[in-house]
Design a protein around this ligand. Structure first.
Ligand code: MF3
Ligand code: CO
Ligand code: CO
Length: 253
């Protein structure tokens, strides 16, 4: 690995660990009756306390430090006074900017007991991300990632959101290339050692189509069906990969 790749991996590792730590804190407090602004405040403070900045805050005018996307919200839900109720599912998406490098990660939380169809959707979405991560190495194609995700979730009757994608990340929050969560094996750009990007499949229980609400941010499923998402920031090595947003306090991704 050359010096620039080493530096970018070290930077992304630090930023990723802080982002993962923020989600660990969310896990400790999330329950029925809290509002999503409380989650936002917690993330803001945790990230600040670790010498980092919440990259979503004021990013292209986004008003909060993280995204909280409940039930039929696909992504970019804005934290608010809205209370989480038993049976809700919510994605919390955090991005830490530490010493010039970004770490971007999100996961699903179940509020109390949730319906079995929601559990199944969450499980399949997480599995699709893990399966995509496991194939990563120098020389595969971007289309291989999309293909793994799409085939896994479509076999279970779910659909892949096409309006939002993963992204290159590093000194910039969002950069080339776009990481599509659907596609064909062996197509698209070749993945190279040193590349750093996110994989963040958004999977719907019903139709794949989305629309954006009047606030200009909140993306929802057109058919109001449930949507789930998980995200990790990864770096490519010659024979494998590193997940920068893996939590220290949990063996699982
Ligand atoms: N974290 C989101 C992503 O995964 C981006 C959020 S941008 C914001 O790319 F402005 F909505 F916060
Ligand atoms: Co992202
Ligand atoms: Co994100």
């Amino acid at each position: 690995m050359n010096d620039y790749i080493k530096e970018s991996f070290e930077g992304s590792r630090k930023a990723g660990l802080i982002a993962a730590g923020a989600l660990d804190e969310v896990k400790k407090i999330i329950k029925p009756g809290i509002n999503t602004e409380f989650i936002d405040k917690l993330c803001f403070e945790y990230i600040n306390d670790h010498g980092a900045y919440s990259a979503p805050l004021f990013y292209r005018g986004f008003p909060k430090s993280c995204c909280t996307s409940t039930n039929h919200i696909v992504c970019h839900g804005i934290p608010s006074k809205k209370i989480l109720n038993e049976g809700d599912i919510v994605n919390v998406d955090v991005t830490a900017l530490k010493d010039g490098w970004h770490g971007d990660t999100s996961k699903m939380f179940e509020i109390g007991e949730v319906p079995i169809k929601a559990k199944n959707l969450i499980k399949a979405t997480h599995e699709s991300l893990i399966k995509a991560i496991e194939i990563l190495k120098d020389g595969i194609f971007l289309g291989d990632i999309g293909s793994v995700i799409q085939s896994h979730v479509e076999a279970k009757g779910f659909s892949v959101v096409q309006d939002f994608c993963g992204h290159g990340i590093g000194k910039k929050f969002h950069q080339e290339p776009s990481i599509l969560h659907f596609g064909k094996k062996g197509t698209g750009e070749k993945i190279k050692t040193g590349m750093i990007f996110t994989i963040e499949p958004m999977i719907n229980l019903g139709n794949y189509e989305t629309k954006i609400l009047n606030d200009g941010w909140t993306a929802v499923t057109k058919d109001k069906s449930l949507s789930a998402q998980f995200e990790h920031t990864v770096g490519i090595t010659k024979d494998s990969y590193e997940v920068f947003t893996k939590s220290n306090s949990n063996e699982n991704l």
